[in-house]
Each structure stands twice: as structure tokens, then as C-alpha cells.
Design a binder for this molecule. Structure first.
Ligand code: HEC
Ligand code: HEC
Length: 223
């Protein structure tokens, strides 16, 4: 009984709206299911606490322990939708999103560990930032809210949301993301190095560097 309560307590500490205790419990290997295996002695180390240790030991070096990276080519992960983060980790492993650094990071992670890491970062608070020069009325804002009619670029806000929060699941949160990182992603969508999102590849193919730069700067300040 004590094991069960310790387990539930630990889960409640790490619970997020999309990764409920029940959902996480279902992901545990059968032998750690204390309800079904009352006589089995297991070290009940909830998986999400394992994720925290992994973050401290590995991910924090580049993404910050709270998911707010300092280096602007490393994305902020704080507050990002967990489904999106999990998809990216899976894609790095599969190679549809080609990145040597992250491929190495995920090589030995199980689907369960990836899910826990996604939940951990989704639960952090994103640090707000400012645009360098693309504020209200800028080219960046025009592209974000209205797209580029002449070349058929759709309004980013249509999918990423008026305030950049993204529509949960498919569309990532973009507000406060580092401009350098966003620009790099738009470029890799265009070259096809990041081939995990046909929609974004089609959009980036129609954009110039100057347009990418403007909208990336705008997004950094969006809140
Ligand atoms: C050595 C630095 C480094 C470490 C350590 C690292 N990352 Fe990354 N991570 C990056 C870089 C750089 C990118 C951007 C890759 C790209 O340009 O496609 C990235 C991208 C990501 C993304 C995609 C985010 C998005 O917005 O699409 C996720 C998710 C992620 N990392 C999770 C992790 C996790 C979880 C760990 C720990 C297990 C980790 N990273 C460790 C450097 C690192
Ligand atoms: C039709 C919907 C749609 C529109 C319009 C759209 N996006 Fe996206 N965007 C997506 C989806 C879906 C993803 C997630 C790709 C994935 O799953 O890897 C994404 C991902 C991104 C990413 C990668 C985020 C990260 O953390 O790595 C960037 C950057 C981005 N979009 C920028 C833009 C910009 C700038 C515009 C406007 C010019 C735009 N998007 C318009 C659907 C859209």
C-alpha cells in the first residue's frame, strides 16, 4: 500500500494535462504495475523522475534544465506541446528530421523515455523574449498574420495561432522561440534536410531569406 501511495504521489508531482497519471501508469512495464502485481517487489521509480534525471545529466547542457536554452541555435522546449516534442524525438531517431546532435541524443531512448521527456519539457514555463526589429507593423508581422499573397505563402497565424501558442498537437508553439533557431528550421525545411513536415516544406520553399529572417524575428517577440 505504501508503494502505491508513493507511486501516486510521485506521479501527481509530474502530472500534466495531456499526460495523466493513468496514461503514464499504462506506459509502465507490467512488473512495475503495483496494482496487478501486489507481491512483486520492484523499486518504484516513476518514469517521469527518471526523465528529470536525464534532463539534468544530458539535455540541460543545451536546452537548459527548465527548457529555456541560452544558445540561440538550440530551441526552447519549455511549454511546447508534448505531442509535438514526442514527434520530433521520434523523427530524430527515424532520421526524417536529420540532425547529427539530436540523433545521438535519442539513439538509446525508448519510446516511453521520450514520452516522459516530452511531458517534462511541456510542463516548464517558457521565458519571454523580444524581437530585434520586427514588432507591430513590421514585415515579420505582416507575413505572420497575412502571409505573402504574391507568392502564395499562407498566414502562419492560421496554424500557429494568433499569439503563437500553436493549436495543440500538430502545430507547435512558436512564441518566444529564438529567432536564430526558427530561421535555421525554415532553411532546413526549404533544403529538405528536415523532411518531417510536408506542409512546412511547401511553405518554406516559397520564402526568401529576408522573409524568413523577418518572421523569425517577429516570432521571438510574440506573446
Ligand atoms: C549538445 C546539445 C544538445 C543536447 C545535449 C540535447 N539537444 Fe535537443 N537539440 C539540440 C539542437 C542543436 C536542436 C535543433 C536541431 C535542428 O536544428 O534540427 C535540438 C532540438 C531538439 C528538439 C526539437 C525541438 C523543436 O522545437 O522542434 C527536441 C524535442 C529536443 N532537442 C530534445 C532534447 C532532449 C530530450 C535532450 C536530452 C535527452 C536533448 N534535446 C539534448 C541540441 C541538443
Ligand atoms: C497549414 C498549417 C501551417 C502553416 C500555415 C504554417 N505552419 Fe509552421 N508548422 C506547421 C506544422 C504542422 C509544423 C510541425 C512540423 C512537425 O511536425 O515537425 C510546423 C512547424 C514549424 C516550425 C518548426 C518549429 C520548431 O520548433 O522546430 C517553424 C519554424 C514554422 N512552422 C514556421 C512557420 C512560419 C514562419 C509560417 C508562416 C510563413 C508557418 N510556419 C505556417 C504547420 C503550419
Amino acid at each position: 500500500m505504501r508503494l502505491v501511495s508513493a507511486f501516486i504521489l510521485a506521479l501527481s508531482l509530474v502530472e500534466t494535462p495531456t499526460f495523466s497519471a493513468e496514461k503514464i501508469a499504462k506506459l509502465l512495464p507490467a512488473e512495475t504495475n503495483v496494482e496487478k502485481n501486489k507481491n512483486v517487489k520492484v523499486a518504484v521509480t516513476p518514469v517521469a523522475i527518471g526523465a528529470e534525471a536525464t534532463v539534468k545529466a544530458v539535455c540541460s547542457a543545451c536546452h537548459g534544465a527548465d527548457g529555456n536554452s541560452i544558445i540561440t541555435l538550440n530551441p526552447k522546449l519549455a511549454g511546447q506541446h508534448p505531442e509535438y516534442l514526442l514527434k520530433q524525438l521520434t523523427n530524430f531517431k527515424a532520421g526524417t528530421r536529420a540532425n547529427a546532435v539530436m540523433a545521438g541524443m535519442v539513439a538509446n531512448l525508448s519510446p516511453q523515455e521520450m514520452q516522459d521527456l516530452a511531458a517534462y519539457f511541456a510542463n516548464q514555463k517558457p521565458a519571454l523574449a523580444k524581437a530585434k526589429s520586427n514588432g507591430v507593423g513590421s514585415l515579420g508581422e505582416k507575413i505572420y498574420r497575412g502571409g505573402i499573397a504574391a507568392t502564395g505563402v499562407p498566414a502562419c497565424a492560421g496554424c500557429h495561432g494568433a499569439n503563437g501558442a500553436g493549436i495543440p498537437k500538430q502545430f507547435p508553439r512558436m512564441s518566444a522561440q529564438h529567432a536564430d533557431y526558427t530561421l535555421a528550421q525554415l532553411r532546413t525545411f526549404r533544403t529538405g534536410e528536415r523532411a518531417n513536415a510536408p506542409m512546412m516544406m511547401a511553405i518554406a520553399a516559397k520564402m526568401t531569406d529576408a522573409e524568413m529572417q523577418a518572421v523569425a524575428d517577429y516570432l521571438q517577440g510574440l506573446r
